[in-house]
Structure formats: C-alpha cells, structure tokens
Design a protein around this ligand. Sequence first.
Ligand code: 3HC
Ligand code: NAI
Length: 656
Amino acid sequence: MECVTTEIHGDLARVIIDNPPVNALGQAVRAGLLNAQKQISHRPEVKAVVLCCAGRSFVAGADIREFGKPPMAPFLPDVLAALESSPVPWVAAIHGTALGGGLELAMACHGRVASGSARMGLPEVNLGIIPGSGGTVRLPRLVPMADAIALVTGGKPVGAEQALASGLIDRLAEDDLIATAEALARELAAQGAPRPTLSRALISGAGIDWESEEAALRKRSRGAAAPLEALAALRFAATAAANDALAAERGRFLRLSASPEAAALRHIFFAERAAGKSLKSQGVVPADLSRVGVIGGGTMGAGIATALLVSGSEVHLIERDTSAAADAQGRVAETLAASVKRGAVAPDKADAALARLTTGDDCATLAGCPLVIEAVFEDMAVKQQVFARLDTVMPDDAVLASNTSYLDLNTLAGLTRDPSRILGLHFFAPAHVMKLLEVVRGDQTGARALATGAALARRLGKVAVVAGVCDGFIGNRIMSACRRECEFMLEEGALPQQIDAAMEGFGFAMGIFAVQDMSGLDIARAQRKAQAANRLSRERYAHIADRLCETGRLGRKTGKGWYEYSTGRATPDPEVERIITEESVRAGLTRRAFASDEIMARILRIMQAEGQALLKEGIAESAGDIDVVMVTGFGFPRHKGGPMHMAATGVISSTD
Ligand code: 3HC
Ligand code: NAI
C-alpha cells in the first residue's frame, strides 16, 4: 500500500498521506511526497495542490522510531524545499494534530487551513531536540517572534483559533476542511507564482529581551538543554539569512538527536505508551465509566471525583454522614473552581461537571455504578467494613477498586465473594492533576477489572502502570527506600537542605525533605510503625524523622518539619540540625561532608536497587514502567529518562 497518493480533480491535485496511526513522516512518506511533487510537475493542467491526511490526524511529526539510527534519504528539509519551490501553490488541510515535522511540512506549504478542533505545535523539545526542518526559520516568518518563542521552547500545541489569530494558519474551516483548502488553493493560484514562506520577511522580533528570555527558560528547564538550544536557534534566525539559519538549525538538530537527553526522552515517550498495555485482553469489555461511585470525599476522593466529572462521567460520592457528604461536595466545588482559575477547565465545563455530582451516605445507592472507587481512611478495619458492605449491595458485575497506598489488596479482596472484580487504583495527589495511575493487580484480579483500570486511565488522560501487591507498590516503595537512604546520609553528616539542593540541581522539582513537609511527616511515620513488627533488631534504622514527629514537627501543616516556615518559606532550622547531630552520636558515626554528586549517586543507586528488586519479585512488569512511575509521579527529571534508564545506559550519577 502506497502511503502517499495523488488524485487529480480537474485543475486541482490532492495529495493524501495515509500512514497509520499518526501519519508520521517516515522514509516512505518523505519519498512519497517527493514523488508526488515530481508527478504533479508533469501535469500542466494542475494549478494548485491540497495536501491532506487520512485517518484521525494530519502529520504528527517525524517518525520517532527512526531517531538514533542512521538517517535515510530523502531528508525532510530537502522534501520541504522541493514543495516550497513548487511552481504551483500547495495548501495544507489540517485536522487532528500537526506536530513537529508535520507542522514544518504545513509551514513549507504556501497556505494553511485547519478544522476548528485541530491542534498545532512544535513539541521537539519534549524529545530533547529542536525542530530540524525549518521550524525555527519559517515560524517567525508567519507569527510574531514572541509567539514563536512560546511554541518552540514550550513544546505545547495551540488550538486552531489561536493559530489563526497569530498568523500560523490562513483560514479556519467552518465545516468542510477540504473544500475550504481548495478554495484557498484556487485563490493562491490566481495570484501567480506562489510565495515561499522562506522568502517572507521576519515578523518583528524587536522588543524581545533575549537575555531575560534565556534566564527565565534556564530556570524552567531544570537542566534540560533542548529548550535553550531552541531559543538559541530562534535568536540566530532572528537576524541571519534564511539559508544560514536553516543550516544552523539542522546542525543543532542533528547534534541534539544523538544526545543522551534525546535518548532519555525517547525512552520515556515509548515507555509511557507501552505502559499498561498488558491490562487489556482481547475480547474483554471494560465496565461502563459513564457513572462511577466514589467512597470517601477527602483529599483523594474529592480529587478523583473531580477528574471523573471533568472527563464527563456522573459521580455518586458517598461519605460517612450527610454533613461529611456536604463537606465533600464543597471540596469538589473548590477543586473545580481552582481548576478554572488556573485555566485547566473552562467555566461552563466546570458548572456542567459539578451538576453531574450527587452525594449520599449509604453505599446501597451506588448499585447503579459499574465502577466504585474507595478512598476512605488508610485503615484496614474501615476499608474492610466498606468492602463488606459493597459485597452485599453491588451487583455481581460491578468492578470495585481501592485507592489504598500501603494496605494489602489481597487481604481486602479475599474477604469478598468475588475477588476477581477487585483491583487497586492508586492515584497520586492531587488526583485531578497528577498523570500517574498505578493499577494494582491483586493475586486474583480478573481481566475485566484490569481492562477497566486501563479504560479509566485513558478516559482521565492518565498513564496507567501495572503494579503487583507489595508495601507501597512501585513508586512509594522506591521513595520509602530513598527516604531511608537520605536519612542515613543525614546521620553520616549531610543536612536536609544539602540533600534537597542536590536533588534540585539534578533536576527534581523538589527535594525529598521539602516534599515530606508538604505531604506531612505523619504518613511515613504510620508506615514505619506498621513495618516495625517485621524489622530486624540489627537492621539499620534512623530515628531522626520519628523525633521530629514526636516534637510535633509534622511539616507545613504544623508550621515546621524538616524546615521551619515562619516566614512562609522553607528555612533550615538549627533545632533540626541539633536533632540530626545527636542522632549521629547515637549511631556512633563521625559526621563528614557530602558533595552533591555523592548524594545523587547514593539516591540513584538505591532507586535502581529497589527497582531491580521490584522486577525480580514481579511487582513491576518492566524497567520502563518503573521509569514512567518515577518521572510522572515523583518529579524525577524527565530528560534523564528515569533511574532504570540511567542504569541501563551506564550513567549512575550526573548533575550536569
Ligand atoms: N513517530 C512514531 N510513532 C509515533 C509518533 C511519531 N512521531 N507519534 C505517535 N506515535 C505512535 C505511538 O508510539 C503509538 O504507538 P503504539 O500504538 O504502537 O503504542 C501510536 O502512535 C499512537 O500514539 P498515542 O498513543 O500517543 O496516541 P494519542 O492519540 O494519544 O496521541 C499524538 C497522538 C498527539 C500524535 C501523540 O502520539 C504525540 O504527541 N506524538 C508525538 C508527536 C511529536 O513529538 N512529534 C514531533 C516528532 S519530532 C520531529 O517531528 C522532528 C522534526 O522537527 C524534524
Ligand atoms: P482523607 O482523610 O483526606 O479522606 C478520607 C475520607 O474518607 C474522609 O473524608 C472521611 O470522612 C471518609 N470516610 C472515612 N470512612 C468512611 C466510610 N466508612 N464511608 C465513607 N467515607 C468515609 O484521606 P485521603 O488522604 O484522601 O486518603 C484516602 C485514601 O487514599 C487512603 O487509603 C490513602 O492511603 C490513599 N491515598 C492517599 C494519598 C494522599 O496523598 N493523601 C495518595 C494516594 C492514596
């Protein structure tokens, strides 16, 4: 099957790319486009060309699977140059997404039309590269430089309306995309020889303060190189001749394509898409998710309900009594209002979402919900009661999930009539924001329950990672080991602020002690208490965190934890240093200095060791899954690919 076909309709040609699933510009498509351009040049009756795509989307970019391999001709810049210098105008008809090389292809055309729902962007920085086929040179000839900077360095796509307003596209298609593109193609043909985008003047970049742009971007990028390289390419393109800028851009693109950062980001791209695939079995239909029950409307339940409501589901939320139910409803309303405030949800959508929420205090009213998610207190007795009640009131085909962080799902499932319908759905706080969902497979969880977990993740726009039952599943178990190791380093001579600074320098969003202060030190204390019975007396144990909890230092909520917060900011506290020093003495250790590299090497090694253990025990299905958990759930810098990727590529520690 040809992946590029040409149809002649009178004086217009239509070139159609059909390369499922996303019409990526692999070698065959590039060759097909070049061939189409040649064929059309031999048809004098053709006055203009409409370039469009079959399937759900315009071109989603270069074929990422070709990256890191020897490049294959024809190269995209040459293909685009050929289209751009065509004697008849080409008009791109964009539906779905036009991303990366796909948008570069559209920009090399002489006109662009998009359907209202189309999205366009240059997401290359998310793959550790920059546009490699003229994106940084053609874009500022179509849109103001400030818009170009946002698109190229931020990597986020824009909608069709915004694209029209900035000049990225010429027209919005109200209904018939192809007809609108054909109309534009004819108009351009009537104007004579088409005008290549590269021959246009740059839209003024005056007023751009490149130095401050760079400083702000450096801060946001947390050590990633590609966004800064993208800015540098635009800065060069702002003054250089188009051909020089094209050559310089290609040089940067090729250099970055071979970088460890690009390899790491490609790894995560594919790992995210591979994650959760094993949850789906052929012929298994997941539970209907248009009406979902949630039990417990606290921090997590309210967040889960919000995510479900925003996705279009009806939610029936059960609390302990009517007053708690009213509080929970209030929490959901507040969460939705906050989402509107930060622009994540449109105001009318939030109103409609809230209208889909009902509350109550009796699990029996959940009987019409094909899926119920429990998010009550982390207390086995309370959860057992809830599941016992669900077991009696829910129809046999309902899927029942627990959001437990540490409790044994197999024990819970074992108490019910049909453990095959029980699974863990471990969300991360805030549940309506965080992309990660650990789908916990109990010993007896059945295919339908697992498929429902996968369908739910898809519906909520989350990445599902499968985890087996153990203390903390994948993410919390690795972070518990990491926390222990960091506390050992405190005993040996490090201070919380040094460890946090090392982690931030490495690219973590926050250091481990600052994170604990945010979520509360009592969570880990409860877990340590639960584990105490199984702890061997000769096992090394740091008492520092317990001592902080004993003095009421539970984190931000009590005004102090690993830091103190009287000024509103995390400030190192001599009191904490005193406790740490006393504990060094108790452990018989002589305090010594730690360098950031050593701190990060120890953190990475412990993450990797715990990751290996998770694989060996069959808790995690793949090293890629572990990396996805750490990157999407725990702020591990994406551009480093995750701890397992670093181990596989021989990098133990790097703070570059
Ligand atoms: N190359 C190769 N495969 C790709 C691909 C690409 N550019 N984009 C997506 N795919 C594959 C995915 O791996 C997945 O394969 P699988 O089914 O075997 O797992 C399949 O297409 C579907 O992808 P998603 O599951 O992500 O589908 P969605 O509908 O959720 O999202 C999308 C579609 C928005 C297009 C999303 O896939 C995406 O963002 N893709 C990457 C786009 C991108 O980064 N483009 C720039 C590439 S770099 C470039 O163009 C360089 C140029 O400047 C020279
Ligand atoms: P929370 O204390 O904020 O909320 C629990 C809610 O459950 C309260 O509103 C309470 O009134 C309600 N509740 C208790 N018993 C109930 C019952 N029998 N019937 C109905 N409602 C009942 O707790 P949070 O933080 O939301 O945690 C809930 C669950 O989610 C726990 O299992 C926890 O381990 C898990 N979890 C928590 C995360 C977090 O960061 N807080 C992250 C991931 C999972």
